[in-house]
Design a protein around this ligand. Structure first.
Ligand code: DGL
Length: 271
């Protein structure tokens, strides 16, 4: 029995928690939404890295977590190398836009990627993209769209804003088809976006594949946990979920109920 820390800027990482619960229902999860500092996508790389370090220290020291899942593409892109350097002996799993699975799926060779500005403009993302575009024998192109405001609209559960922004960004991606084949695969490169999947599906139609990262991240976490030694003092851990927010915990608890069917009240946590 293990305790797994999971964090995101807000409710988006619940899409990863959902996959973790499906894969490993027997673990205890401490989920932290950094509500007081969300969204991350339009913050500076330094601010996001600072928050990621503080949260990691807070979860590690207050909850004795065995492993950490950075359930946020933006924080992974901007902070995971620093987190691993600071906690070298301790497992940290990150989330990256699923470009590789999309490359295997696409038939036209044109993949759309929706992500935050922080992710799209990061060096880590540029390297990931270059490796795949340059390394493949067949022509492969990723059109990347920074979706300012979309994570925030999902955070507020503002359906009208979600629809407007999805339409705006999907149209921008379609415009990139001028000199390229049609986009047949769309990567959801932000953990918030699976919660806009219905709005997106209505726009893109049934033929375009939507790719998200929850399930592979859950499998990777399970593999990492298997390699950890058993806890010294018995488990003392019960399966379940603790929900924390650095801001108002109510929206997090409501989202966890709405999307994951969890009946857990949220608690405030300062770090
Ligand atoms: N859910 C996050 C991600 O995967 C961050 C969204 C945001 O806070 O802007 O990138």
């Amino acid at each position: 029995m293990k305790t797994v820390g999971v964090f995101d800027s807000g409710v988006g990482g619940l899409s990863v928690l959902r996959a973790l619960l499906a894969e490993m229902p027997q673990a205890h999860y401490v989920y932290l939404a950094d509500g007081a500092h969300a969204p991350y996508g339009e913050r500076s790389p330094l601010q996001v890295a600072e928050r990621a370090h503080r949260i990691t220290d807070g979860l590690r020291h207050h909850f004795g977590i065995d492993a950490l899942v950075v359930a946020c593409n933006t924080a992974t892109a901007l902070a995971i190398e620093g987190l691993r350097a600071e906690h070298p002996e301790w497992p940290i799993v990150g989330v990256e836009p699923a470009l590789k699975p999309a490359a295997a799926l696409t038939r036209t060779g044109h993949v759309g990627v929706m992500a935050t500005r922080g992710t799209v403009e990061s060096d880590r993302y540029a390297r990931l993209r270059e490796r795949l575009e340059g390394g493949s024998g067949s022509p492969l192109h990723f059109s990347s769209q920074a979706c300012d405001g979309l994570a925030d609209a999902i955070e507020r559960d503002d359906k009208a804003a979600i629809q407007t922004l999805c339409k705006r960004y999907w149209e921008a991606l379609k415009a990139s088809e001028k000199n390229l084949p049609e986009i047949d695969t769309l990567v959801l490169g932000c953990t918030h976006y699976p919660f806009a999947a219905d709005e997106l599906r209505a726009l893109i139609g049934p033929e375009v594949a939507l790719v998200e990262t929850g399930a592979p991240v859950a499998r990777r976490t399970q593999a990492v946990l298997k390699d950890l030694p058993a806890r010294k003092h018995g488990s003392g851990v019960h399966p379940g979920v603790t929900l924390l927010s650095t801001g108002d915990p109510q929206p997090l608890a409501r989202a966890a109920h709405r999307w994951l069917g969890l009946d857990v009240s949220g608690q405030q946590f300062t770090c």
